[in-house]
Unconditional design. Structure first.
Length: 439
């Protein structure tokens, strides 16, 4: 019996020095995890440095805007003169280095924020061009790629898609050909979503923005920044994106925001978004913040360190499963641009076992067994594992996998690195129990 931490200090990890709080884990699993963690020391230190940088970035923005307790009071009804809401938008604008931002609980999710940014800045006859290939699944209906009630297509906005090159980079020749005088918005998606392409580094997004502006200065660039916030020093807005868009139940909400989305960008674009979200003539002036302001501020303040914890989990999972012979995207040593980690198990059993482990490690609903199920908008059954404090929050530990080749699981989140680690080790244990890995 040993309740101390000698396992981490010992040169060799033996059965005897495994802390007893880990008794639910096989010692083999614990040891494999501890050895993996030891190898990642330098990598984790870099992630901590990034968190430190971004922590100060947020802190300085809060200081500059003189945030005080009265900003947490919220408002009701029309929400006139809501100082907390207005200052939070200034804090976001300062962190993203933009002229303005719209950060609202009335933006219901990431898809809504993206739909708002697009519909607010496109007019009939305009063309939207995605220059990073197929956009996130839910945007297919927003755009009208799949015919849908209320889509941009119904408002005579046309759409063109420019694929990335085979190795996942921007295809500059195709972009030059694809952007015309009709083009109003060029859209870029930073994170891979449910695709096996690599997520795009911010610097590369920056180059693409510069290219688009050089050939067509009138074209607005919108970046879907979901899962990318605070992973790097810079954000797409630092490279001149006209709109940078994301969800508050992912990175920037820090696990505390119960709802919301943000758009950070130029004054002109944000004004368009505001009058679309509320009403022409009303714009940013209305929109009660009710009781969520404290959570939005505190969550944004914690977001750099929460993101760092999730990032450590992603790197840990990559390294661990790579050592066991599975293909992982990105590879364990690759630079990171988001918190998503894909692991290809090559079999339905692998995907299911992984998700069962993540579910077993959830603070909420740990007793539930996830099963593959038909989901609207997907062409195969999907298994999802999550047990979150905020419904559907994917900055909390979660995993999902479509039941089709290559049988990859997409894993993300963890409010703390320690929780992400526990979840990954539980997933390994389930795979081990089912004889799908050898330790
Ligand atoms: C999550 C996500 C979205 C949509 O966000 P929801 O909050 O689920 O609507 C859009 N794009 C990307 C890349 C995402 O990861």
């Amino acid at each position: 019996m040993n309740s101390g931490f000698s396992a981490y200090e010992a040169d060799e990890i033996t059965d005897r020095n495994v802390p007893d709080v880990f008794t639910s884990l096989y010692k083999k699993v614990f040891r494999f995890g501890a050895e993996t963690e030891k190898e990642l020391k330098d990598r984790f230190e870099k992630i901590d440095r990034m968190a430190e940088y971004n922590q100060l970035k947020v802190l300085l923005a809060m200081r500059k805007n003189r945030i005080s307790a009265e900003h947490f009071n919220g408002s009701t009804g029309y929400g006139y003169n809501d100082a907390g809401r207005d200052s939070l938008e200034d804090v976001y604008a300062d962190v993203f280095h933009t002229q303005a931002a719209l950060v609202r609980p009335q933006i219901t999710c990431g898809t809504h924020a993206l739909a708002l940014a697009l519909s607010a800045n496109l007019r009939p006859g305009d063309e939207l061009v995605s220059i990073s290939g197929k956009p996130y699944d839910t945007l297919e209906e927003v755009i009208g790629i799949r015919p849908s009630r209320g889509s941009l297509a119904e408002y005579q906005v046309t759409y063109r898609q420019i694929e990335l090159t085979a190795d996942g980079h921007f295809d500059y020749d195709a972009i030059r050909d694809g952007i015309t005088s009709k083009t109003k918005i060029a859209a870029i998606q930073r994170s891979k979503g449910y695709l096996t392409r690599p997520s795009l580094p911010v610097e590369e997004i920056g180059e693409a923005i510069r290219f688009v502006k050089s050939i067509a200065p009138h074209v607005l660039v919108m970046v879907d920044n979901c899962y990318g916030e605070f992973v790097c020093e810079k954000e797409p807005s630092d490279y001149g994106a006209d709109m940078t868009v994301g969800s508050l139940i992912k990175n920037p909400g820090g696990g505390l925001a119960p709802i919301g989305g943000y758009i950070a960008g130029t004054k002109e674009c944000i004004e368009n978004c505001a009058v679309r979200l509320t009403s022409p003539g009303l714009g940013k002036e209305v929109g009660a913040s009710l009781d969520v302001m404290r959570s939005l501020y505190q969550g944004f303040f914690l977001a750099p360190t929460v993101t760092a914890g999730a990032l450590k989990g992603a790197v840990f999972a990559a390294d661990l499963y790579e050592k066991l012979g599975f293909k992982v995207v990105p590879e364990s040593t690759a630079p990171r641009t988001d918190i998503i980690q894909a692991v290809e198990f090559g079999s339905p059993e692998g995907v299911i076992a992984f998700c069962e482990g993540i579910q077993a490690a959830a603070p909420v609903d740990s007793y539930v067994t996830p099963e593959p199920w038909a989901m609207p908008g997907y062409d195969s059954n999907v298994i999802m594992a999550a047990g979150a404090f905020i419904q559907g929050a994917s900055i909390e530990l979660s995993a999902d996998g479509p039941m089709k080749p290559p049988y990859a699981v997409y894993f993300q989140g963890g409010l703390t690195w320690q929780h992400a680690k526990a979840g990954i080790l539980m997933s390994l244990q389930k795979l081990y129990e089912k004889g799908l890995v050898k330790l």
